[in-house]
Write a protein that binds this ligand. Structure first.
Ligand SMILES: *Cc1c(COP(=O)(O)O)cnc(C)c1O
Length: 456
């Protein structure tokens, strides 16, 4: 080690990635295609373009093009909050007394407070370029809705957000941030859509789920001329845009000759993890280097660790295409865990396929253990982390503690996806000892699994 490693490794503006990296191009076995829910045939571009913008459809279906140039307008927007720093967690290492070196890529340095802006701005750009009037979407914890509101206001597009009811009620300030950027926000399930009314009739008093909100947003997009639907995670196109996280991380590490041993990210729909690991997994797939890659999910919504790899609906209302993924079942509604962004029943098809091939690991963690890690991190590193991100912190700490036992000087890299200022109700519950650790039973999971669609 020649150069001393600073607390923050910054890239210069001109070192920012000029292209997104499409991991699928290096996968020998490609992720399974989206299927038409009626015919069970692969979705065509024509079918998808009813729901999504044309350019995004192209990106969604493209398993072969390795690099997509980032349009200049998007790169200029990125420059307002990127490159994001890669931070050496010296203080956390000291606190843990570990010989491991811990690094985190901080994506919370923008008003939306998360990595979601990286894809929101891309999706808004393509919608604008197509001459659309607006877009609809769902939001769980509110980060995606906020990011999309910001992106839409930048390109002067209308933005209709369906917000999972539990978050709408727990996070009124999030809602107001979205309205500040001009979005309209409706709690989901709502009475404004057919699918919302149906879900409310079947589950009165439900606190909602991402799956419900997606169904409502898609219904409105398809039924309103000049509108398309956009999604903040899960889809291949979103992972493509989020590759900017991993490309910057890799460039920063390379600058100091650091080779990551373990790469860790939290996994909701898989977008930040897919983006962070992309260049590392690419090297692994091409046989150039090896990395341990760990997905971390909540024990209350354990799609990778306890789900099944099967075709399932992406939404509760069953209006969306079928995706092959690790899933708990599209009508699984998790206990009201405070990491709203990790409550999705499924997982990106790309990550599901990589996991199925044994190319990455997954683990689930209990909510109170996550907040214990979050608080320790906040106290020593200064940043108040989002509950979602804190799943990755938990796993990074656990890995660093293992190194303490073995004396190994591993390089641990994790994604710090965002800040938790809007999650203080959750922190309050934790401090008051009122946070519960609900873990679904095998019987419960089997019940939802039995309702998976039959494909083949
Ligand atoms: C949405 C969100 C996540 C989880 O979503 P992925 O698509 O799995 O990345 C994680 N962290 C934060 C801060 C989020 O807002």
């Amino acid at each position: 080690m020649s150069k001393e490693i600073p607390y923050k490794i910054y890239l210069e503006e001109n070192e920012m990635p000029k292209s997104w990296y499409n991991l699928r191009a290096d996968m020998k076995k490609k992720p399974a295609p989206l299927l038409n829910p009626g015919t069970h045939q692969p979705m065509t571009a024509e079918e998808l373009s009813v729901v999504f913008c044309d350019e995004l459809v192209k990106q969604e279906l493209d398993n072969d093009t390795r690099f997509y140039e980032i349009p200049e307008e998007i790169r200029n927007f990125y420059k307002m909050y990127r490159p994001a720093p890669l931070v050496r967690a010296y203080c956390l290492e000291k606190k843990l007394g570990t010989p491991a070196h811990i690094y985190y890529k901080f994506e919370g340095n923008n008003t939306s407070g998360s990595h979601k802006l990286n894809s929101a701005i891309a999706q808004a750009y393509y919608a604008k370029k197509q001459g659309l009037k607006g877009v609809t979407t769902e939001t769980g914890a509110g980060q995606w809705g906020t990011a999309l509101s910001m992106a839409c206001s930048y390109f002067d597009l209308d933005c209709k957000v369906f917000m999972v009811k539990v978050s709408y009620e727990q996070k009124p300030f999030r809602r107001e941030v979205m309205r500040t950027y001009g979005a309209s926000v409706t709690p989901s399930p709502s009475e404004t859509t057919e699918v919302g009314k149906k879900i409310l009739a079947e589950h009165p008093g439900t606190t909602g789920s991402l799956g419900c909100a997606i169904s409502e947003a898609v219904e409105v997009a398809v039924g309103t001329p000049g509108y398309r639907y956009v999604l903040g995670s899960v889809l291949n196109q979103v992972l493509l845009h989020q590759s900017v996280i991993g490309l910057e991380t890799k460039a920063a590490l390379d600058k100091y000759g650091i080779k990551a041993d373990v790469v860790i990210g939290c996994a909701g729909g898989g977008s930040n993890l897919g983006g962070l690991i992309a260049p590392f997994m690419g090297e692994k797939l091409r046989g150039e280097a090896d990395y341990r890659i760990i997905a971390v999910e909540p024990a209350s919504c354990p799609s990778l660790t306890r789900g099944v790899y099967a075709y399932d609906f992406c939404d509760t209302g069953m209006v969306c295409p079928l995706a092959k993924m690790y899933t708990l079942g599209s009508d699984f509604i998790p206990a009201p865990n405070h990491a709203g962004g990790l409550r999705y029943h499924g997982m990106s098809s790309i990550l599901s396929e990589l996991y199925d091939q044994g190319l990455m690991e997954a683990r689930s963690v209990k909510q109170t253990d996550v907040f214990e890690a979050a608080e320790m991190f906040a106290r020593v590193e200064g940043i108040l982390p989002a509950p979602e991100s804190s799943h990755a912190i938990r796993a990074a700490i656990d890995e660093a503690l293992k190194c303490k036992e073995t004396g190994e000087e591993k390089n641990i890299v994790f994604g710090l996806t965002g800040t938790g200022y809007f999650d203080m109700v959750a922190y309050e519950k934790f401090h008051d000892g009122k946070m519960d650790d609900y873990i679904p039973t095998d019987e419960e999971l089997a019940k939802f699994r039995a309702r998976l669609p039959k494909v083949d």
